[in-house]
Design a protein around this ligand. Sequence first.
Ligand code: HEM
Length: 117
Amino acid sequence: ETLYDKIGGQAAITQVVTRTLDLSLQDPRIKHTFARSKMDRLAKHISDQVCQLTGGPCIYTGVTMKKAHVGLELTTLHFNALVENLQQAMREANIPTATQNKLLALLAPMHRDVVEK
Ligand code: HEM
């Protein structure tokens, strides 16, 4: 069983990503960073990326993590805020803690490409 299956497949990934972005758009720590973003397109790209990363049948067609976040001046505080929102979204979707932690471990190394200072 892949991590993709453990999470609950495409439906669960779409739900979690959409909820994470909704929480982030209401989050005073990071909502400003999304001011110019097309949120539907962003949700699709992040869902594809998580699907591919966890062993699912998707292909991520967006740009590299470095390119996607250049100029946003994101800090570790911004990064942690997004991770907190993702954790809340996963809890709400009843994803088991061990499975949550496996996804977080796959995303953690992206910190160096996302954060600029
Ligand atoms: C592990 C952490 C992260 C992952 C996996 C991730 C993933 C992505 C992906 C896949 C894209 C789309 C690239 C494309 O369209 O080609 C993107 C863009 C973006 N991300 Fe992230 N991201 C992460 C962290 C963050 C953080 C911490 C913030 C802000 C707090 C953030 C804000 C944005 C914004 C504003 C865009 C640009 C959207 C646009 O093009 O309009 N991301 N991210």
